[in-house]
Design a protein around this ligand. Sequence first.
Ligand code: CA
Length: 372
Amino acid sequence: MKRRSFLQQLGGGALATGAMLGIGCKKEAPAEQNAGSSSKDFKPVKWKMVTTWPKNFPGLGTGANFMAELITRMSGGRIEVKVYGAKELVPAFEVFDAVSRGTAELGHGASYYWKGKSEAAQFFSAVPFGLTAGEMNAWLYHGGGMALWQETYEPFGLWPLASGNTGVQMAGWFNKEINSLEDLKGLKMRIPGLGGEVLARAGGTPVSLPGGELFTSLQSGAIDATEWVGPYNDLAFGLYKAAKYYYYPGWHEPGTTLECMVNKKAYEALPEELQVIVTNAARVANQDMYAEYIARNNQALQTLVKEHHVDVRKLPDEVIAHLRELSEKVVAEVAEKDALSQRVYASFQAFRDQVVQWQNISERAYLNARAG
Ligand code: CA
């Protein structure tokens, strides 16, 4: 069943990738050449993929599996990728170092987990009041973002790839009402990256924890509140059992990019056609994960509301306005910390400013029109 569903997904992905790479022309190759390349006259490259997610976790973990399987199958088995969940080979937050030193060739996570390595890294996952999923991809692929990300990871011997997107997240799980910015004061909340910096400025205490530790931390009271992703993922962790209110929108993560980092030496050792396969497997996985979240979130939200009686609340407009004001300041200040962060921030801001003009008369105007 699992295999069938993978093959169905691969069918769509492989077609898209074929068109993208223009490999239609290779179909003209003589039959014996095809037969030759499909026989096992090669020694497979064996790669490990370590992840920050629990093994097979919906969307994130299965997205990592999907990408690994794409690489293996698209390469006709010339690269065999074995996936490890968090803690199986290394703990979640050691993924970056593990791939950097070559313990594993691939690492699946989110770049804001590595702000201790590089402040600039945070901009490639999510920026509060920043870019949506479609806009992130536009900046990364066609707005100079990818080149800056490569430059950011270069000193660590890593080659970054965008490999998933959650879309707009939820603001998180709280055990008290949030009626003003005051209510965030003294709040110990799991919230990573730049969103965490904003919470700190609002008087809260941001904590960075891997997903697998959220439920027990919230239930034991080690943290007062947490955000994770959205209904599809938050339902899977059972967060509704440990908090009363579920707030939206996810101002801090408007379209989070997940990453697959590649050990650069291992990547460069591949022949060019295998590099293209790795790169485009990520591209397929990137769009597929976003589609999955859009398809599944509302179903999970209905389960949370109807079966588990979760109290879903919108953050008051005044709170959102304050957070937006604070975010603009905090993000600009973080960018002041080093020259690379400044350049990444400048590129990100310029892209946001220009894309907003188009989005206002396209996506936004249409969503308003549809709402009636
Ligand atoms: Ca999140």
